[in-house]
Design a protein around this ligand. Structure first.
Ligand SMILES: [Zn+2]
Length: 84
């Protein structure tokens, strides 16, 4: 099975089949669930991968970005630059 993996300096490069199946696109401000967005650097046009976030409860409006996949444990975001 393919696992989720991060893209250097960005978000997910690949999604496992569970996350790919459950993550939806185009949330509204009030929708709950797991969503994915393809992130592109508008300055360079370079793809930064797929951002996966959950929208529920206190995170309903903006969503909470997943660092790790809850299904396969793979990384969904490159955290190596955090705290710099
Ligand atoms: Zn996964």
């Amino acid at each position: 099975m393919e696992l989720c993996s991060e893209k250097k300096g960005g978000y997910a490069a690949t999604l496992c089949e569970h996350m790919a199946a459950i993550a939806d696109v185009f949330p509204t401000k009030k929708s709950k669930g797991i969503y994915k967005h393809t992130i592109v650097n508008l300055m360079t046009g370079e793809s930064k991968g797929t951002l996966v976030k959950v929208k529920q409860g206190e995170h309903l409006t903006e969503g909470l970005v997943f660092n790790y996949c809850p299904f396969c444990g793979g990384k969904l975001r490159d955290t190596s630059k955090d705290g710099e």
